[in-house]
Design a protein around this ligand. Structure first.
Ligand code: ZN
Length: 264
């Protein structure tokens, strides 16, 4: 079973809008059974850029094919605490969303204590929290200093029962990612967008990262994700062709680990 644990949609008015049929076609062609669609909250920056993705839009997208799509809500510390917590409860209990996405490059460190009530809520609801880390999104106003995985050490220590997913393996700070998760069982990493970063950088990114993560942590805490359907094929190919991984490890990375985490 292949599960894409990191993917996005944009609103219908965006020039980057891709209809759902294209996701499904790509998934069918590549044998991807389920895809996680992440919510997005860049706080006031996102309000200004009109780039935030509300829970309802995520829920609308997954509603027609609940067997193929899983949705995540999002949170930003600029928002009022009470409203955020109530919204997360609604997203999980009423809309069926199964995790929270946090985008620190939109102006905060992930160990910002204004987010601690969100982490308490995630622990209580038993849902994973995914953090954008590493290379920042090429979006006006985002800052890469907030994307260093080291700040997640506080979160992992203070919330030992919360599942943390370090998106993009924190690249290029992969060793920081590994250190944050080294002596804990609750820290995972996804390998999404690494093939794309490779294209930007012009040197090898995916294989060295995959090798470091699996040799230090083992394959059971590494998740396949694409970050966009244009990356899906290359990323699956990379995992399948990694000669340092056993077939069982490849199965865990491509889907089994995500299935367990998301309880699907
Ligand atoms: Zn992403």
């Amino acid at each position: 079973m292949i599960i894409d644990s990191h993917n996005h949609i944009v609103g219908k008015n965006s020039p980057y809008y891709i209809p759902q049929e294209e996701y499904l076609k790509m998934m069918d062609d590549l044998g991807v059974e389920k895809t996680v669609i992440l919510g997005k909250d860049y706080g006031k920056l996102g309000d200004r850029l009109q780039s935030n993705l509300p829970d309802e839009e995520v829920a609308d997208f997954i509603r027609t094919h609940p067997d193929r799509f899983v949705g995540f809500t999002a949170a930003h510390p600029d928002r009022a605490e009470k409203e955020t917590l109530e919204r997360i409860e609604r997203a999980v209990n009423d809309l069926g969303l199964k995790g929270i996405k946090i985008n620190p490059h939109a102006g905060f460190y992930p160990n910002d204590t204004r987010l601690y009530p969100v982490y308490e809520k995630a622990t209580e609801l038993g849902i994973p929290v995914m953090f954008h880390t590493g290379i920042k999104a090429p979006v006006e106003g985002t800052r890469v200093k907030y994307c260093q995985p080291i700040y997640l050490d506080d979160v992992a220590v203070d919330f030992p029962d919360m599942i943390i997913i370090i998106a993009h393996a924190g690249y290029p700070w992969v060793e920081e990612t590994i250190l944050v998760g080294l002596y804990t069982g609750n820290v995972y990493a996804d390998i999404s967008t690494l093939t794309q970063i490779e294209g930007v950088m012009g040197f090898e990114v995916m294989m060295p990262t995959l090798r470091k993560l699996t040799s230090s942590w083992g394959a059971h805490r590494v998740l396949f994700g694409s970050d966009g359907i244009f990356n899906t094929e290359d990323t699956i190919k990379a995992v399948k062709s990694a000669d340092f991984l056993s077939e069982s490890d490849k199965g865990k990375i491509l889907g089994e680990n995500a299935r367990k985490l998301l309880k699907i």
